[in-house]
Design a protein around this ligand. Sequence first.
Ligand SMILES: C[S@@+](CC[C@H](N)C(=O)[O-])C[C@H]1O[C@@H](n2cnc3c(N)ncnc32)[C@H](O)[C@@H]1O
Length: 309
Amino acid sequence: METDSFHRPVLLNETLTYLITKKDGVYFDGTLGGGGYSKAILENIDQGGKVIATDLDENAIIFCTEKFKNEDRIKIVSDSYRNVKSIIQTLGVNKLSGAVLDLGVSSFQLDSVASGFSYRLDSDFDLRFNKNVGQSASDVVNSFQQKEIEGIIKNFGEEKYYKKITAEIIEERKTNPIQSTSQMVEIVSKKVSPNKLNETLSRVFQAFRIFVNSELENLKLFLTDVIDVIETRGRIAIVSYHSLEDRIVKDFFNYESLSCVCPREFPVCCCDKKVRIKKLHRKIILPSSEEISNNPRARSAKLRVAEVL
Ligand SMILES: C[S@@+](CC[C@H](N)C(=O)[O-])C[C@H]1O[C@@H](n2cnc3c(N)ncnc32)[C@H](O)[C@@H]1O
């Protein structure tokens, strides 16, 4: 399979332009997917440079192990990017020259029945990147309390019909445990009008995906840890696809670029806050209209980059 059919990388040139500061640096690609970012990094560093790449999805690991079989500058690790510190330590690396995350799901995950990420394909209602770890979306909808399910759909899907949809889930599971994506589609379609159905399904599936993979927690942990292991003038680049992720990145970069966090009424600073990063662009970086027309999955992508001081 060609990389493009596995996943076409989004905002690739923009990300690379910011990320690569040293040709012989060590770069961390936390979301390997089809290896589009890792490949481009390798093409832009020299023989002394390296890439350490992680993914939770075994299909991505298998695909990229084959793809990079003749490339000895990349180390592929089947793990979560949230463990960046321990991963690089195990590999004997102290500092990174840059780190990148391209969040969300790959096209392969969206388009394959076995992955079960799309509401358009009938498969197990699972939604985990690694099917061997934690609870599936189906476990969650079949066993959680009504209030907990409402909270997931409301907070992680930002879905206003969260109460109606949850009530229908509770009703359905009394007689039929919810196992498949088509059952979830059926449940949601009973509660929203056909012209709102696709958007609502996207939000509901997004909500359970974020929850079962602890996506927001992973991102926060990654940011907190990676800043300690990036060398001075190294870069952190994050491509996000929805506002919950983007807010976490924005808030983190804002906080770490402040020199003082004392309340306004304090006459002098007494917080001892250190400025740890510099934001590298004033406006958020978005894909060009040309990229969006060639690759509609780019339409919600946003890139933020910061330099570690
Ligand atoms: C949008 S794709 C990345 C595509 C990649 N940039 C490319 O060029 O092909 C996101 C990938 O992140 C992986 N992923 C999600 N959460 C992860 C985590 N916590 N740790 C490692 N990989 C993760 C997914 O399995 C998926 O393959």
